[in-house]
Design a protein around this ligand. Structure first.
Ligand code: ADP
Length: 273
């Protein structure tokens, strides 16, 4: 097997690469031969109708789903690369190729995700929510993890809440803890899945403000699924419009939002804007 690199033939580096990825759930084909690259530091927003496969892309990157389903290798296939390393075992010419476990672990460690439903540990105080994985997954000392957690909780405006339990916080505050928790792992790539959808409207701005700060002050690569088109326009360098597991159109936010070429993009934007 040729050794994977994180550059394509033209030498352009990438942080995430989908290479002809097919993904089905039962008879439903959710991703259809999908290929795209995301460059280091790029912030890409995925838009498109419900069911077009956006969340599945993020879940595949988090290895919450897999492209090579052991039960149905014929239906699924393709390779997802993160910084030149495969995320999972790869399918090649209909044959399963076993990738190097260490490379797969390295690839997975680079990615953090924030979910629509916060997913905080309800039985742990805010501080411990942000230290837990640092200690158990990254092997940091408790002191080091706490110092990092306190810094990040300050960044998201929650220094006063470190000793509270998640249930004592508003949804917007819980989501800001979830952002701090993801950043505590020093990810190269941050996945944001509809992070404001579960929030009351008055809490949305705070969460988006924190994410704008993160985008302005770091070079983290971001893949963003959102219905907040203003946020997408401000924060992303590129917008990809999906329909039925394929990219219909992509371009700079101004191009896509002001002057979409494809009828499906025009219809979608008319419905959400
Ligand atoms: P989007 O994020 O664009 O709304 P999704 O990626 O969530 O789309 O879903 C694409 C399609 O796959 C939907 O029809 C959804 O119901 C289906 N789907 C997603 N996850 C699963 C699953 N674990 N099992 C079965 N169907 C699924």
């Amino acid at each position: 097997m040729p050794s994977p690199t994180s550059s394509d033939q033209r030498g352009a580096p990438y942080s995430v690469r989908f290479d002809r990825v097919d993904k089905s759930f039962g008879d439903l084909k959710v991703l259809d031969g999908l290929s795209f690259d995301v460059a280091p530091g790029e912030r890409v927003t995925l838009i498109g109708p419900s069911g077009s496969g956006k969340t599945t892309i993020l879940r595949l990157l988090m290895t919450l789903e897999h492209v090579t389903a052991p039960k149905d290798p014929a239906a699924d296939g393709g390779v997802i690369w993160v910084d030149g390393k495969p995320l999972s075992h790869m399918e090649k010419g209909g044959r399963l190729v076993v990738a190097n476990e260490r490379h797969m672990r390295q690839a997975r460690k680079k990615i953090g995700m924030v979910f629509q439903s916060f997913n905080l540990f309800p039985n742990m105080r805010v501080l411990r929510n942000v230290t837990e994985a640092q200690v158990h997954t990254l092997g940091r000392s408790k002191d080091e993890a706490e110092a990092k957690a306190r810094d990040l909780l300050e960044l998201v405006g929650l220094s006063a809440k470190v000793d509270n339990y998640p249930s004592q916080l508003s949804g917007g505050q819980q989501q800001r803890v979830a952002i701090a928790r993801a950043l505590a792992m020093d990810p190269d790539i941050l996945l944001l899945d509809e992070v404001t959808s579960a929030l009351d409207p008055e809490l949305v701005a705070d969460v988006l403000g924190v994410l704008r700060d993160v985008a302005d002050t770091t070079s983290i690569t971001m893949l963003i699924v959102t219905h907040e088109m203003g946020f997408a326009r401000d924060v992303s360098n590129r917008v990809m419009m999906f329909d039925r597991g394929r990219i219909v159109e992509e371009g700079a936010p101004d191009e896509i939002f002001s002057d979409p070429r494809e009828a499906r993009t025009q219809d979608f934007l008319r419905a959400v804007l």
